[in-house]
Write a protein that binds this ligand. Structure first.
Ligand SMILES: *Cc1c(COP(=O)(O)O)cnc(C)c1O
Length: 477
């Protein structure tokens, strides 16, 4: 029977091909475009705001309208001059894989509905467990919508395993450089403010071990229950990795759950340099990585790995343990038992297809290139008398500011100057380069995880920064 939603074969084909053409054209031309776009709410409303129409339109008319009006008003996250936040370089194979997952609308919740989808999640999870040095037989994990959901899933699990039902005295620790999604997750879970310890970092933005030890001791004296520490393996701000081995030792001694948020930096383990910096990451009980960042995947795919898969099923499975035997083969995992979602899109597919297609070595090369690119930028900036490095190139992130030493600017003047440089860069739409605040200073932050960004791109952007800086300074005088 034909439904109201059906199109003819030819209509579907021409519609689909047009979309493929548009995406391919995007990949082919993105470097020629400016990465930034902007629009006010009024402008967007003027284009889009309508009542839901009762009557139909021609499919191609709606498609054309979207290609003409939605795409140009979205920043190009894969643009080589997209330096801010965490860029989304993505890749074509995964983008197409996502359209298979959606086109066939594959349910990735339970084994029975889609055994192959569950199997691919098991297989790709095994790849990740091996990459991060987690036990493959006992360990496990799950793909989530992103790092935020992976962190939330981790903290629920930590609380379940370490505290059971009573978490009234439970205390959780993290550093002031930990990603905001962790605090959000802690809040979602209903912890009170008094149960959260945000520990200061030292001058290089790493957790200060002594402060952690002292806080735990203090809390124990008060009869409280320290249960979890959240470390950062690549902070979003500076790429800094907390002292993982020392934290792991403390967590072992104190019986704390050790969660590592490697959403930003985790993927760096594929490169030699990254592996060194991330030494100790395999000692975590749970680890967040975010393939839609530095594994070059399109949104959305995050991931949580755990040392013992039964921690996840004991937290999220709603079946009583004694019914497990009649639930079918235990090895045939129902991923709805491993996390919060029941209905899940087939995220494993893009990860699987892109790694099968390009090979892990391509990822290693791209990540190594990104790390070395940031180091080259640092070297270049250090040679100039106009630039000051605020945090050195670490896992492809570098923070710096315009500071011509001979002009003896005050801190306040430097803050204003660098803020203004960023503002003008944004207004030019030539690059996305925004500021962050480090130790109270307003600085420019570059996150160089796009394999298409060249040193020439960076030089171009720095030249433009310098051009604006000079202009700002002459306007002032
Ligand atoms: C980006 C990021 C997150 C949040 O991940 P989303 O995918 O944006 O939800 C968490 N932690 C760190 C360190 C991040 O860089």
């Amino acid at each position: 029977m034909k439904s109201v939603f059906d199109l003819s074969e030819n209509e579907m084909k021409s519609y689909g091909y047009k979309i493929v053409d548009a995406i391919v054209n995007h990949y082919k031309t993105l470097e020629d475009k400016k990465p930034i776009t902007s629009a006010s709410r009024e402008e967007m409303d003027a284009t889009f705001l309508t009542e839901a129409p009762e009557e139909s339109s021609k499919p191609e008319d709606v498609l054309d309208f979207v290609l003409d009006n939605v795409i140009p008003y979205s920043n190009i996250t894969a643009h080589p001059k997209m330096y801010s936040f965490v860029p989304g370089p993505s890749n074509f194979i995964s983008a197409m894989s996502d359209s298979i997952a959606t086109g066939f609308n594959i349910f990735s919740g339970g084994w029975m509905v889609s055994p192959a989808a569950a199997e691919l999640e098991i297989v790709t999870m095994n790849w990740l467990l091996k990459i991060f040095g987690f036990p493959i037989k006992k360990g496990g994990g799950i793909f989530t919508s992103g790092g935020s959901m992976a962190n939330l899933t981790a903290i629920v699990t930590a609380r379940r395993i370490k505290c059971g039902d009573d978490f009234s005295k439970a205390i959780i620790y993290l550093s002031d450089q930990a990603h905001s999604s962790n605090i959000k997750a802690i809040r979602v879970l209903g912890f009170k403010k008094e149960q959260i310890r945000i520990l200061p970092t030292d001058i290089d933005f790493k957790l200060s071990i002594n402060k952690l030890k002292n806080e735990i001791a203090k809390d124990r004296l008060l009869g409280l229950h320290p249960f979890c520490f959240i470390a950062s393996a690549g902070t979003t701000n500076t790429g800094t990795v907390d002292p993982l081995h020392e934290i792991a030792d403390i967590c072992e001694e104190e019986n704390l759950w050790f969660h590592i948020d490697g959403a930003y930096g985790g993927a760096a383990i594929l490169s030699k340099k990254g592996k060194k910096v991330l030494n100790g990451i395999d000692r975590a009980d749970s680890l967040t990585v975010d393939p839609h960042k530095w594994f070059y995947q399109p949104y959305e795919i995050g991931c949580l790995l755990v040392k013992d898969a039964s921690w996840l099923s004991n937290t999220f499975s709603e079946k009583p343990e004694y019914l497990r035997d009649i639930e079918g083969n235990e090895s045939e995992i129902n991923f709805y038992d491993y996390g919060i979602q029941l209905t899940r899109r087939f995220r494993a597919l893009k990860f699987y297809m892109s790694i099968k297609t390009y090979g892990l070595d391509a990822f290693r090369k791209a990540i190594t290139y990104n790390i070395e690119l940031a180091e080259r930028v640092e070297k270049m900036l250090r040679k100039s008398k106009n630039w000051e490095i605020i945090s050195p190139a670490t896992l492809a992130v570098i923070n710096f500011r315009y500071n011509p030493i001979h002009l003896n600017f005050s801190e306040k003047e430097l803050d204003t100057l660098n803020q203004e440089i960023s503002k003008r860069i944004l207004a030019s739409k030539e690059a996305l380069l925004v500021t962050t605040v480090l130790s109270g200073q307003i600085v420019l932050r570059m996150c160089l995880i796009n394999a298409k960004t060249s040193i020439e791109d960076v030089k171009d952007t720095l030249k433009l920064c310098k051009h604006f800086a000079k202009k700002i300074l002459t306007e002032k005088t």
